[in-house]
Design a binder for this molecule. Structure first.
Ligand code: CP3
Length: 360
Protein backbone atom coordinates (compact mmCIF):
# COMPACT_ATOMS: atom_id res chain seq x y z
CA UNK A 1 0.00 0.00 0.00
CA UNK A 2 1.46 3.37 -0.94
CA UNK A 3 0.04 5.25 2.03
CA UNK A 4 1.03 8.74 3.16
CA UNK A 5 3.34 6.93 5.63
CA UNK A 6 5.51 5.38 2.93
CA UNK A 7 5.99 8.85 1.47
CA UNK A 8 7.22 10.22 4.78
CA UNK A 9 10.68 11.10 3.45
CA UNK A 10 9.38 13.10 0.56
CA UNK A 11 6.82 15.87 0.40
CA UNK A 12 3.30 14.50 0.82
CA UNK A 13 1.75 13.91 -2.60
CA UNK A 14 -1.23 16.01 -3.61
CA UNK A 15 -4.57 14.20 -3.59
CA UNK A 16 -5.11 11.91 -6.59
CA UNK A 17 -8.10 13.92 -7.74
CA UNK A 18 -6.09 17.16 -7.79
CA UNK A 19 -3.33 15.48 -9.79
CA UNK A 20 -5.84 14.07 -12.28
CA UNK A 21 -7.64 17.37 -12.76
CA UNK A 22 -4.30 19.06 -13.44
CA UNK A 23 -3.72 16.53 -16.20
CA UNK A 24 -0.80 14.93 -14.34
CA UNK A 25 -0.24 11.20 -14.71
CA UNK A 26 -2.00 9.09 -12.08
CA UNK A 27 -1.85 5.48 -10.90
CA UNK A 28 -5.62 5.01 -11.31
CA UNK A 29 -8.59 7.27 -12.01
CA UNK A 30 -9.88 9.10 -8.92
CA UNK A 31 -13.49 8.36 -8.03
CA UNK A 32 -16.27 10.15 -6.13
CA UNK A 33 -20.05 10.30 -6.50
CA UNK A 34 -22.20 13.36 -7.12
CA UNK A 35 -24.62 13.73 -4.18
CA UNK A 36 -22.55 11.18 -2.29
CA UNK A 37 -23.84 12.56 1.02
CA UNK A 38 -27.55 12.04 1.42
CA UNK A 39 -30.60 9.91 1.75
CA UNK A 40 -29.25 6.57 0.45
CA UNK A 41 -27.18 6.46 3.69
CA UNK A 42 -29.13 5.55 6.85
CA UNK A 43 -26.68 7.50 9.03
CA UNK A 44 -27.61 10.62 6.99
CA UNK A 45 -31.34 9.95 7.35
CA UNK A 46 -30.97 9.64 11.12
CA UNK A 47 -29.21 12.99 11.42
CA UNK A 48 -31.65 14.67 9.05
CA UNK A 49 -34.61 13.33 11.01
CA UNK A 50 -33.22 15.02 14.09
CA UNK A 51 -31.92 18.33 12.71
CA UNK A 52 -33.74 18.93 9.41
CA UNK A 53 -31.97 19.58 6.11
CA UNK A 54 -31.28 23.27 6.79
CA UNK A 55 -30.20 22.39 10.33
CA UNK A 56 -27.51 20.13 8.83
CA UNK A 57 -26.40 22.78 6.32
CA UNK A 58 -26.19 25.57 8.90
CA UNK A 59 -24.18 23.70 11.53
CA UNK A 60 -20.52 23.36 10.46
CA UNK A 61 -20.05 20.32 12.75
CA UNK A 62 -23.09 18.50 11.35
CA UNK A 63 -22.31 19.47 7.76
CA UNK A 64 -18.81 18.06 8.18
CA UNK A 65 -20.14 14.87 9.76
CA UNK A 66 -22.50 14.37 6.80
CA UNK A 67 -19.71 15.16 4.30
CA UNK A 68 -17.50 12.55 5.98
CA UNK A 69 -20.11 9.76 6.02
CA UNK A 70 -19.56 8.70 2.38
CA UNK A 71 -15.80 9.17 2.76
CA UNK A 72 -15.77 6.62 5.57
CA UNK A 73 -18.17 4.18 3.92
CA UNK A 74 -17.09 4.41 0.27
CA UNK A 75 -13.47 5.53 0.71
CA UNK A 76 -13.93 7.92 -2.22
CA UNK A 77 -11.07 10.21 -3.27
CA UNK A 78 -12.79 13.47 -2.39
CA UNK A 79 -15.24 14.95 0.10
CA UNK A 80 -17.76 17.49 -1.15
CA UNK A 81 -18.96 20.05 1.35
CA UNK A 82 -22.54 19.39 2.45
CA UNK A 83 -24.77 22.30 1.50
CA UNK A 84 -27.11 23.22 -1.36
CA UNK A 85 -26.81 25.43 -4.42
CA UNK A 86 -29.64 27.65 -3.13
CA UNK A 87 -28.07 28.51 0.25
CA UNK A 88 -26.35 31.77 -0.90
CA UNK A 89 -29.63 33.03 -2.42
CA UNK A 90 -30.68 34.08 1.08
CA UNK A 91 -28.22 36.98 0.65
CA UNK A 92 -30.48 38.22 -2.17
CA UNK A 93 -33.44 38.13 0.19
CA UNK A 94 -34.75 34.86 -1.31
CA UNK A 95 -35.98 32.45 1.32
CA UNK A 96 -35.73 28.76 0.52
CA UNK A 97 -37.23 25.76 2.31
CA UNK A 98 -36.60 22.10 1.38
CA UNK A 99 -39.35 19.51 1.16
CA UNK A 100 -37.16 17.65 0.10
CA UNK A 101 -36.66 19.72 -3.09
CA UNK A 102 -36.36 23.50 -2.88
CA UNK A 103 -39.49 25.59 -2.20
CA UNK A 104 -39.10 29.34 -2.64
CA UNK A 105 -41.47 31.48 -0.60
CA UNK A 106 -41.00 34.60 -2.71
CA UNK A 107 -40.06 33.72 -6.33
CA UNK A 108 -39.55 36.71 -8.60
CA UNK A 109 -42.69 37.08 -10.70
CA UNK A 110 -42.04 40.06 -12.97
CA UNK A 111 -39.35 42.23 -14.49
CA UNK A 112 -40.21 44.76 -11.75
CA UNK A 113 -39.28 42.10 -9.15
CA UNK A 114 -36.03 41.49 -11.00
CA UNK A 115 -35.23 45.19 -11.15
CA UNK A 116 -35.73 45.51 -7.42
CA UNK A 117 -33.53 42.55 -6.59
CA UNK A 118 -30.53 43.58 -4.51
CA UNK A 119 -28.01 41.91 -2.30
CA UNK A 120 -29.74 42.30 1.05
CA UNK A 121 -27.07 40.73 3.23
CA UNK A 122 -23.32 40.14 2.96
CA UNK A 123 -22.11 36.59 2.38
CA UNK A 124 -21.16 36.48 6.06
CA UNK A 125 -24.87 35.64 6.50
CA UNK A 126 -23.93 32.14 5.29
CA UNK A 127 -20.53 32.07 7.01
CA UNK A 128 -21.45 28.58 8.27
CA UNK A 129 -20.60 27.29 4.75
CA UNK A 130 -17.07 28.70 4.95
CA UNK A 131 -16.64 27.52 8.55
CA UNK A 132 -17.76 24.04 7.47
CA UNK A 133 -15.18 23.98 4.66
CA UNK A 134 -12.39 24.97 7.09
CA UNK A 135 -13.47 22.26 9.49
CA UNK A 136 -13.84 19.69 6.69
CA UNK A 137 -10.32 20.36 5.44
CA UNK A 138 -8.92 19.86 8.96
CA UNK A 139 -11.03 16.76 9.58
CA UNK A 140 -10.22 15.20 6.19
CA UNK A 141 -6.47 15.84 6.58
CA UNK A 142 -6.62 14.24 10.03
CA UNK A 143 -8.59 11.27 8.67
CA UNK A 144 -6.01 10.84 5.88
CA UNK A 145 -2.92 10.94 8.11
CA UNK A 146 -2.55 7.18 7.64
CA UNK A 147 -4.12 7.10 4.18
CA UNK A 148 -3.77 8.58 0.73
CA UNK A 149 -4.73 12.27 0.87
CA UNK A 150 -8.19 13.24 -0.37
CA UNK A 151 -9.44 16.49 -1.90
CA UNK A 152 -12.05 18.93 -0.58
CA UNK A 153 -14.57 19.96 -3.24
CA UNK A 154 -16.53 23.18 -2.87
CA UNK A 155 -19.46 23.94 -5.15
CA UNK A 156 -21.96 26.51 -6.34
CA UNK A 157 -24.91 26.69 -8.64
CA UNK A 158 -24.22 28.46 -11.92
CA UNK A 159 -26.26 31.62 -12.60
CA UNK A 160 -28.69 30.14 -15.17
CA UNK A 161 -29.62 27.20 -12.93
CA UNK A 162 -30.04 29.45 -9.89
CA UNK A 163 -32.19 31.85 -11.95
CA UNK A 164 -34.40 28.89 -12.92
CA UNK A 165 -35.13 28.20 -9.24
CA UNK A 166 -35.73 31.77 -8.15
CA UNK A 167 -37.93 32.64 -11.14
CA UNK A 168 -40.02 29.50 -11.50
CA UNK A 169 -42.43 28.35 -8.83
CA UNK A 170 -42.12 24.62 -9.38
CA UNK A 171 -42.71 21.85 -10.13
CA UNK A 172 -39.12 22.23 -11.20
CA UNK A 173 -39.00 20.29 -14.40
CA UNK A 174 -39.30 22.39 -17.53
CA UNK A 175 -38.73 25.82 -15.95
CA UNK A 176 -41.14 27.28 -18.48
CA UNK A 177 -41.54 30.62 -16.70
CA UNK A 178 -37.77 31.23 -16.85
CA UNK A 179 -37.50 30.05 -20.43
CA UNK A 180 -40.34 32.36 -21.54
CA UNK A 181 -39.00 35.35 -19.61
CA UNK A 182 -35.58 34.85 -21.21
CA UNK A 183 -37.21 35.13 -24.64
CA UNK A 184 -39.52 38.02 -23.81
CA UNK A 185 -37.50 40.11 -21.35
CA UNK A 186 -33.94 39.33 -22.25
CA UNK A 187 -32.45 42.47 -20.72
CA UNK A 188 -34.08 41.83 -17.34
CA UNK A 189 -32.94 38.20 -17.29
CA UNK A 190 -29.39 39.20 -18.21
CA UNK A 191 -29.45 41.73 -15.37
CA UNK A 192 -30.58 39.02 -12.99
CA UNK A 193 -27.81 36.71 -14.21
CA UNK A 194 -25.28 39.50 -13.62
CA UNK A 195 -26.52 40.03 -10.07
CA UNK A 196 -26.37 36.30 -9.35
CA UNK A 197 -22.93 35.87 -10.90
CA UNK A 198 -21.48 38.66 -8.77
CA UNK A 199 -22.58 37.02 -5.57
CA UNK A 200 -21.51 33.56 -6.75
CA UNK A 201 -18.06 34.85 -7.75
CA UNK A 202 -17.54 36.10 -4.20
CA UNK A 203 -19.07 32.92 -2.76
CA UNK A 204 -16.66 30.59 -4.58
CA UNK A 205 -13.68 32.78 -3.70
CA UNK A 206 -14.60 32.57 -0.03
CA UNK A 207 -14.86 28.78 -0.38
CA UNK A 208 -11.36 28.65 -1.89
CA UNK A 209 -10.00 30.86 0.89
CA UNK A 210 -11.59 28.48 3.39
CA UNK A 211 -9.85 25.41 1.98
CA UNK A 212 -11.81 24.15 -1.05
CA UNK A 213 -9.23 22.67 -3.44
CA UNK A 214 -11.58 22.17 -6.41
CA UNK A 215 -14.82 23.99 -7.26
CA UNK A 216 -17.66 22.27 -9.09
CA UNK A 217 -20.21 24.57 -10.76
CA UNK A 218 -23.62 22.95 -11.22
CA UNK A 219 -25.44 24.29 -14.28
CA UNK A 220 -27.83 21.37 -14.16
CA UNK A 221 -30.67 23.00 -16.14
CA UNK A 222 -28.62 24.84 -18.77
CA UNK A 223 -28.98 21.69 -20.88
CA UNK A 224 -32.61 22.80 -21.47
CA UNK A 225 -31.29 25.70 -23.58
CA UNK A 226 -30.54 25.38 -27.27
CA UNK A 227 -27.01 26.22 -28.28
CA UNK A 228 -27.69 29.79 -29.27
CA UNK A 229 -29.47 30.58 -25.99
CA UNK A 230 -26.84 28.70 -23.99
CA UNK A 231 -24.25 31.06 -25.44
CA UNK A 232 -26.34 34.05 -24.35
CA UNK A 233 -27.70 33.02 -20.97
CA UNK A 234 -25.23 30.52 -19.55
CA UNK A 235 -21.80 30.44 -21.19
CA UNK A 236 -20.66 34.05 -20.45
CA UNK A 237 -21.45 33.55 -16.76
CA UNK A 238 -19.65 30.22 -16.63
CA UNK A 239 -16.65 31.87 -18.30
CA UNK A 240 -16.65 34.67 -15.74
CA UNK A 241 -16.75 32.18 -12.86
CA UNK A 242 -14.07 29.85 -14.24
CA UNK A 243 -11.77 32.89 -14.64
CA UNK A 244 -12.39 33.99 -11.05
CA UNK A 245 -11.75 30.48 -9.73
CA UNK A 246 -8.66 29.85 -11.84
CA UNK A 247 -7.12 33.19 -10.88
CA UNK A 248 -6.65 31.50 -7.50
CA UNK A 249 -4.99 28.47 -9.19
CA UNK A 250 -7.95 26.34 -8.20
CA UNK A 251 -9.29 23.88 -10.77
CA UNK A 252 -12.91 23.99 -11.73
CA UNK A 253 -15.46 21.39 -12.91
CA UNK A 254 -18.71 22.21 -14.73
CA UNK A 255 -21.68 19.82 -14.65
CA UNK A 256 -24.74 20.06 -16.91
CA UNK A 257 -27.50 17.54 -17.31
CA UNK A 258 -28.10 16.85 -21.03
CA UNK A 259 -25.05 18.59 -22.45
CA UNK A 260 -24.75 16.52 -25.63
CA UNK A 261 -25.72 19.41 -27.94
CA UNK A 262 -23.51 21.88 -26.07
CA UNK A 263 -20.08 20.26 -25.88
CA UNK A 264 -18.46 22.58 -28.45
CA UNK A 265 -19.73 25.59 -26.49
CA UNK A 266 -18.61 24.05 -23.20
CA UNK A 267 -15.15 23.71 -24.66
CA UNK A 268 -15.07 27.53 -24.51
CA UNK A 269 -16.14 27.64 -20.85
CA UNK A 270 -12.62 27.70 -19.46
CA UNK A 271 -13.35 24.76 -17.11
CA UNK A 272 -10.53 22.32 -16.39
CA UNK A 273 -13.01 19.48 -16.30
CA UNK A 274 -16.45 18.86 -17.80
CA UNK A 275 -18.74 16.39 -16.04
CA UNK A 276 -20.59 14.36 -18.68
CA UNK A 277 -24.04 12.86 -18.19
CA UNK A 278 -24.66 9.23 -19.16
CA UNK A 279 -26.35 10.09 -22.46
CA UNK A 280 -23.07 11.03 -24.16
CA UNK A 281 -20.39 8.32 -24.56
CA UNK A 282 -17.10 9.42 -22.97
CA UNK A 283 -15.22 8.59 -26.19
CA UNK A 284 -17.43 11.06 -28.09
CA UNK A 285 -17.03 13.69 -25.36
CA UNK A 286 -13.26 13.26 -25.54
CA UNK A 287 -13.25 13.69 -29.33
CA UNK A 288 -15.45 16.79 -29.17
CA UNK A 289 -13.82 18.44 -26.13
CA UNK A 290 -10.21 17.70 -27.07
CA UNK A 291 -7.39 16.30 -24.93
CA UNK A 292 -6.82 19.29 -22.67
CA UNK A 293 -10.13 19.12 -20.84
CA UNK A 294 -10.45 16.51 -18.11
CA UNK A 295 -13.63 14.42 -18.29
CA UNK A 296 -15.72 13.38 -15.31
CA UNK A 297 -18.52 10.82 -15.29
CA UNK A 298 -20.59 9.16 -16.48
CA UNK A 299 -22.25 5.94 -15.27
CA UNK A 300 -26.04 6.01 -15.54
CA UNK A 301 -27.15 6.28 -11.86
CA UNK A 302 -29.88 3.67 -12.50
CA UNK A 303 -27.18 1.02 -13.07
CA UNK A 304 -26.63 1.16 -9.28
CA UNK A 305 -29.97 -0.63 -8.87
CA UNK A 306 -28.65 -3.68 -10.76
CA UNK A 307 -26.77 -6.76 -9.61
CA UNK A 308 -23.22 -6.29 -8.42
CA UNK A 309 -21.60 -8.14 -11.33
CA UNK A 310 -23.54 -5.96 -13.80
CA UNK A 311 -22.40 -2.80 -12.01
CA UNK A 312 -18.83 -4.06 -12.34
CA UNK A 313 -19.40 -4.83 -16.01
CA UNK A 314 -20.89 -1.40 -16.77
CA UNK A 315 -18.12 0.33 -14.82
CA UNK A 316 -15.45 -1.61 -16.74
CA UNK A 317 -17.15 -0.70 -20.00
CA UNK A 318 -17.14 2.96 -18.99
CA UNK A 319 -13.48 2.87 -17.96
CA UNK A 320 -12.53 0.97 -21.11
CA UNK A 321 -13.86 3.87 -23.16
CA UNK A 322 -11.70 6.47 -21.39
CA UNK A 323 -8.17 5.17 -21.66
CA UNK A 324 -5.66 6.59 -21.08
CA UNK A 325 -6.73 7.36 -17.52
CA UNK A 326 -4.93 10.62 -17.50
CA UNK A 327 -7.43 13.48 -17.72
CA UNK A 328 -10.29 11.49 -16.24
CA UNK A 329 -12.30 11.36 -12.98
CA UNK A 330 -14.74 8.49 -12.48
CA UNK A 331 -18.22 9.44 -11.28
CA UNK A 332 -21.88 8.90 -12.10
CA UNK A 333 -23.54 10.83 -14.92
CA UNK A 334 -25.76 12.66 -12.38
CA UNK A 335 -26.41 12.48 -8.63
CA UNK A 336 -26.88 9.16 -6.89
CA UNK A 337 -30.60 8.34 -6.63
CA UNK A 338 -32.39 8.30 -3.29
CA UNK A 339 -33.11 4.58 -2.87
CA UNK A 340 -29.82 3.29 -4.25
CA UNK A 341 -28.60 0.30 -2.18
CA UNK A 342 -25.49 1.57 -0.42
CA UNK A 343 -23.51 -1.60 -1.13
CA UNK A 344 -24.03 -0.97 -4.85
CA UNK A 345 -22.48 2.48 -4.54
CA UNK A 346 -19.54 0.75 -2.84
CA UNK A 347 -19.37 -1.83 -5.65
CA UNK A 348 -19.08 1.02 -8.17
CA UNK A 349 -16.25 2.74 -6.27
CA UNK A 350 -14.40 -0.55 -5.75
CA UNK A 351 -14.74 -1.49 -9.42
CA UNK A 352 -13.05 1.75 -10.42
CA UNK A 353 -10.22 1.11 -7.97
CA UNK A 354 -9.66 -2.51 -8.97
CA UNK A 355 -9.90 -1.80 -12.69
CA UNK A 356 -7.02 0.63 -12.23
CA UNK A 357 -4.93 -1.99 -10.41
CA UNK A 358 -5.47 -4.73 -12.94
CA UNK A 359 -4.74 -2.63 -16.01
CA UNK A 360 -1.69 -0.60 -14.99
O1 CP3 B 1 -23.10 15.19 -1.47
C1 CP3 B 1 -23.22 16.20 -2.17
O2 CP3 B 1 -23.18 16.17 -3.41
C2 CP3 B 1 -23.32 17.57 -1.51
C3 CP3 B 1 -24.60 18.06 -1.30
C4 CP3 B 1 -25.49 18.66 -2.39
C5 CP3 B 1 -26.88 18.81 -2.14
N1 CP3 B 1 -27.41 19.52 -3.17
C6 CP3 B 1 -27.57 18.33 -0.93
C7 CP3 B 1 -29.03 18.10 -1.01
C8 CP3 B 1 -25.22 19.22 -3.63
C9 CP3 B 1 -23.90 19.27 -4.40
C10 CP3 B 1 -26.45 19.77 -4.12
C11 CP3 B 1 -26.54 20.49 -5.39
C12 CP3 B 1 -27.88 20.78 -5.95
N2 CP3 B 1 -29.01 21.15 -5.30
C13 CP3 B 1 -28.15 20.78 -7.35
C14 CP3 B 1 -27.17 20.51 -8.44
C15 CP3 B 1 -26.86 19.06 -8.53
C16 CP3 B 1 -27.82 18.23 -9.29
O3 CP3 B 1 -28.24 17.21 -8.72
O4 CP3 B 1 -28.14 18.56 -10.43
C17 CP3 B 1 -29.51 21.11 -7.50
C18 CP3 B 1 -30.25 21.21 -8.82
C19 CP3 B 1 -30.04 21.35 -6.20
C20 CP3 B 1 -31.40 21.76 -5.86
C21 CP3 B 1 -32.02 20.72 -4.99
N3 CP3 B 1 -31.82 20.63 -3.63
C22 CP3 B 1 -32.88 19.67 -5.38
C23 CP3 B 1 -33.35 19.40 -6.79
C24 CP3 B 1 -33.18 18.95 -4.21
C25 CP3 B 1 -34.07 17.75 -4.09
C26 CP3 B 1 -33.21 16.57 -4.34
C27 CP3 B 1 -33.96 15.28 -4.23
O5 CP3 B 1 -33.26 14.29 -4.48
O6 CP3 B 1 -35.14 15.22 -3.88
C28 CP3 B 1 -32.49 19.55 -3.14
C29 CP3 B 1 -32.46 19.12 -1.73
C30 CP3 B 1 -31.20 18.43 -1.34
N4 CP3 B 1 -29.97 18.96 -1.53
C31 CP3 B 1 -31.08 17.18 -0.68
C32 CP3 B 1 -29.72 16.98 -0.46
C33 CP3 B 1 -29.08 15.84 0.26
C34 CP3 B 1 -32.22 16.31 -0.23
C35 CP3 B 1 -32.73 16.89 1.04
C36 CP3 B 1 -33.17 15.82 2.02
O7 CP3 B 1 -32.35 15.01 2.45
O8 CP3 B 1 -34.35 15.89 2.40
Amino acid sequence: MSSAKTLSNSLPADPLMLRAIRNESVERPPVWIMRQAGRYLSEYRELKEKHGFLGLCSSPELAVEVSMQPVRYLDVDAAIIFSDILIPMSCLGIEVAFDPGPKIANPLRSTADINQLRQTAPLSRVSYVFDAIKLLKTELDRYCEEREPKAVIGFAGAPWTLACYILDQGPYKHFQYTQVLAQESRAAVLRLLDTISEIIAEYVLLQVQSGAQIIQLFDTWAGNLNREDFEIFALPYLQKLTRVIQDTHTPCIIYLNSSHHLLESLRQSGANCISIDWKTPLSEARARLGDNIVLQGNLDPTHLFREKHLIEEETSRMLGSTTPFQSYIANLGHGILVNTPRENALAFVNSVKSFGNSKI
